[in-house]
Ligand binder design. Structure first.
Ligand code: 6GU
Length: 316
């Protein structure tokens, strides 16, 4: 089978990094006026050939899922190599690029924030670099197999037209967003193009969100009820939760159905050999070979565990 791996690093006018694990040479330099040319970390690209049990049904997007991440800390996303690349590297299922917001500034100091209008603590991210960064990632479509950006591949969206199904989804990770759940992950796993706009926690000028809504479908999403310093760690968690649900991404699609939160209950406990370890025994039913009894026991464990630690997940 021919390798689906794309042989050349690519990216963009922004100087963002293009995933390519086999070619570790620096990408086209960002042209930034400060600092040495960076060696791109081995960001991502991915996955297994689609097909078999993982084949999507009708109406489900089945091409490469494109993910762009805009951040002032591109280095954070190096862990995606570890969490995603193992499975992802064999084909072109998922295509992730990380872009440095500072590459879209034009001043000497590459300034991305300023003091808030109306006063108050902290700094707010300025709209101009965000506007340019979003324009760059939204106006361009990476062509499969191409070594260059093909901005002609997609017509420029009209401002008359409201974004709808099939348009990019722009995610703003924010503690003020709607909660991210397994259902959110499953929804976003059906999309063709996701953009994560990672702001620092004091926030991005709200006009950026308004502007993004004219170019894509905006989602402000929170990881949970606690505050992180910025959207990066949240985006990473979301990307991992989403990409593992992309059809074809996981070795055994059946394992997706049984895990925690699919079906609204927590997972049952698991055991492997040896049957006795340090005086602790595996529940005998699991050794019985009685599949009906095993299924009943597991269901029971799920209910008990859910009742004990997450009663909020159970119906009234
Ligand atoms: Cl998405 N962002 C930040 N800054 N803090 C959070 C969060 C997101 N979700 C929970 N806390």
């Amino acid at each position: 089978m021919p390798s689906l791996w794309r042989p050349t690093a690519q990216i963009v006018e922004s100087g963002a990094y293009r995933a390519n694990v086999e070619d570790d040479t620096p990408l086209q330099d960002s042209g930034s006026d400060t600092g040495p040319a960076r060696r791109p970390p081995k960001w991502l690209v991915s996955a297994e050939a689609r097909g078999g049990a993982g084949c999507p049904g009708p109406g489900v997007y089945a091409g490469t899922v494109r993910i762009d991440i805009v951040t002032i800390f591109p280095e954070f996303f190096g862990v995606l190599d570890v969490s995603l690349l193992g499975k992802a590297r064999q084909s072109g299922l998922i295509d992730v690029a990380v872009h440095d917001l500072r590459d879209f500034t034009h001043d000497r100091h590459r300034t991305v924030d300023d003091t808030p209008y109306g006063g108050g603590p902290g700094m707010v991210m300025r709209p101009e670099p965000w506007g340019e960064a979003l324009d760059a990632v939204l106006a361009s479509e990476r062509m499969p197999g191409a070594g260059t950006l093909a901005s002609a591949a997609m017509p420029a969206p009209s401002h008359e037209r409201m974004p709808g199904a099939g348009d990019p989804v722009v995610v703003f990770p924010s503690p003020a967003g709607t909660p991210f759940t397994q259902a959110t992950a499953a929804e976003l796993a059906q999309e063709q193009h996701l953009v994560f706009a990672c702001g620092r926690y004091e926030g991005i000028d709200q006009r950026v969100v308004e502007y993004a809504a004219t170019r894509g479908r905006v989602r402000e999403i929170s990881l949970g009820d606690y505050v992180l310093n910025g959207g990066e760690v949240a985006a990473m968690a979301m990307v991992e939760a989403i990409t593992r649900l992309v059809p074809g991404m996981i070795g055994n699609p059946d394992s997706l159905d049984e895990e925690s939160h699919e079906g609204g209950l927590l997972e049952y406990p698991s055991y492997t050999k040896p049957a006795e370890w340090r005086g602790l025994e595996v529940p005998p039913v699991l050794l019985s070979g009685n599949h009906a009894a095993i299924a009943a026991w597991r269901r029971d464990q799920q209910l008990e565990r859910t009742r004990r630690v997450r009663p909020d997940l159970l119906p009234e």
